[in-house]
Design a protein around this ligand. Structure first.
Ligand code: FMN
Length: 220
């Protein structure tokens, strides 16, 4: 039984409250700490091991643009990509492809596809999210690509890995560097790496419009 709640609890208070999570209630995987769960895909086991609960990852994610000179383990990169692959999409059409880049020279070149993409040059890795043109019915591809992107950002945060978006305006340069087909005309970069400054931790006061201004109940 939940104790009777006297006052509404704000999302920030909720973030700081000790919780019992689904992971705590699940039976453990033999040989692994209780909160570690494994999930299999065609590549074998992926998604083993997690350092954070979902709410911690949501409240800790922020764009990180300065990265430590330390590679990300291949299994962690695969876990992040797997989070994208598992994302929901309209009619499950999965309009995305992901190109993983870890080569330093290639990252430096990729950083030139948009003036806001300079952080990609110093990242440990980048995931290029590729999709179809934006003129599809009700912009559903872009919604789906956004969801896949967010899933990967949260999966990265969960692993203590910082991330940052970057748009792509020079699609032709991106195509030359990455070789994706002509019918894929939309691309977005996610740079990844360990934060060079402070580690990822829940942010008490994010730079966001106030809760009461954003949330409308019943009608506008
Ligand atoms: C679609 C999209 C494109 C973005 N493009 C860039 C970019 O090109 N360069 C960059 O440094 N940040 C980019 N960002 C990051 C935003 O500036 C950032 O999310 C926002 O300022 C909020 O900061 P926070 O995520 O750290 O809270 C982009 C974010 C989104 C969602």
């Amino acid at each position: 039984m939940w104790p009777e709640r006297k006052e509404p609890i704000s999302p920030d208070q909720r973030a700081l409250r000790p919780r019992t999570t689904c992971a705590d209630r699940r039976p453990g995987v033999p040989g692994l700490p209780r909160r570690w769960m494994d999930a299999e895909n065609e590549q074998g086991v992926a998604g083993v091991g997690t350092g954070m609960q979902t709410w911690e990852a949501i409240t800790s994610r922020r764009n990180v643009r300065s990265f430590a000179d330390r590679p990300i383990p291949a299994a962690d990169l695969d876990q992040i990509l797997e989070a994208g692959r598992r994302s929901p999409s309209s009619q499950n059409w999965q309009p995305w492809d992901f190109i993983l880049v870890t080569d330093r020279e290639q990252l430096r070149e990729l950083a030139k596809v948009w003036r806001g993409a300079s952080h990609v040059a110093g990242a440990a890795a980048a995931i290029v999210v590729i999709g179809p043109p934006a003129d599809n019915e009700f912009g559903r591809a872009q919604l789906d690509l956004g969801q896949a992107t967010m899933a990967m950002l949260l999966a990265a945060t969960d692993l203590g890995i910082g991330s940052c978006h970057a748009g792509v305006t020079d699609t032709q340069l991106a195509r030359e560097l990455l070789g994706f087909p002509d019918d894929r005309t939309w691309a977005l970069l996610i740079s990844l790496g360990y934060p060079v400054d402070r580690p990822l931790a829940p942010i008490r006061n994010p730079r966001r419009r106030p809760f009461g201004e954003v949330v409308h109940r019943g009608r506008w």
